[in-house]
Design a protein around this ligand. Structure first.
Ligand SMILES: C[S@@+](CC[C@H](N)C(=O)[O-])C[C@H]1O[C@@H](n2cnc3c(N)ncnc32)[C@H](O)[C@@H]1O
Length: 253
């Protein structure tokens, strides 16, 4: 333990910066010991940590919606040359900066919305976009922007999902009168939440697994691993021609 950050000082500061969503272990001080999902996000991380390279030496990492920095810190510990965490919530960013300082990790945290990633003017070897999509009113726009502006190689994606976990093989097209595929629970479905879900009015959408996968493919991310139901590891690929809509981005001539 450093002379500066005693457990007592960490506890005091953590309390002042609360409430916390990430249950971090800061030199023995837990920031959210009563989290409704248990030891979160560590319990989730353990299910997909093995799908991300153990050695990130020389790599650049962008953690979108970084919250208190659990994943940004985990990836910095894997040797990443540069880790940038962005979030649009100043309170969470203050937690992240404090946690990284206590842990002695050099990570930059910046206030930025996912919709503004183009302002970074930089691509990253590894982009994390976990636990954010379902909080957005415009989820496909966010994925489009990530593909267009910041992803260079690997994307790790996670979303809250509801409905079927099936991944049915679908045709590329159906005739107008063929309506049965839509009744299949495994057909890609994005459930719209008009008011609130889990007492959280910032939950806007709940895709099923096939929908998460289809949105990623449609944006131009090739799925290389699916280590657990809600997590998809992807490689940035060319955007399928069919994904160019009339509004954004403009279809190239
Ligand atoms: C459920 S938490 C997930 C935190 C972390 N990525 C994880 O998986 O543990 C959602 C985070 O996304 C952030 N967020 C929501 N909308 C955002 C936006 N438009 N741009 C950037 N961050 C956003 C929230 O402030 C919050 O920290």
């Amino acid at each position: 333990m450093t002379a500066e950050w005693t457990q007592e000082r960490i506890r005091e500061r953590a309390q002042a910066l609360g409430p916390w969503f990430h249950n971090l272990d800061l030199k023995g001080v837990r920031t959210a010991p009563d989290h409704f999902l248990g030891d979160y996000p560590n319990v989730k991380w353990q299910r997909f940590a093995g799908a991300i390279p153990a050695d990130l030496t020389g790599k650049t990492v962008l953690d979108i919606g970084c919250n208190a920095g659990f994943h940004a810190m985990a990836l910095k510990r894997r040797g990443a040359a540069r880790v940038l965490g962005i979030d649009f919530d100043e309170d969470y960013l203050a937690q992240a900066r404090f946690a990284a300082e206590v842990e002695g990790l050099q990570i930059e945290f910046r206030k930025l919305s996912v919709y503004d990633v183009g302002a970074l003017g930089e691509r990253f070897d590894l982009v994390l976009f976990i636990g954010v999509l379902y909080h957005l009113r415009h989820p496909l726009l966010a994925l489009d922007l990530i593909h267009e502006h910041v992803a260079r190689d690997m994307l790790v994606f996670q979303s809250l999902q509801r409905g079927s976990d099936a991944m049915p093989k679908l045709q590329d097209d159906y005739a107008f009168w063929e309506t049965a595929p839509f009744d299949d629970p495994g057909y890609p479905k994005l459930h719209f939440i008009e008011h609130s879900y889990a007492h959280d009015p910032t939950n806007w959408w709940a895709p099923n697994a096939a929908c998460s996968a289809a949105m990623l493919r449609s944006t131009g991310f090739e799925i290389t691993a699916h280590p657990e139901e809600e997590v998809f590891v992807c490689r940035r690929a060319a955007r399928p021609d069919a994904a160019y809509g009339a509004v954004y981005p403009a279809r190239p001539r």
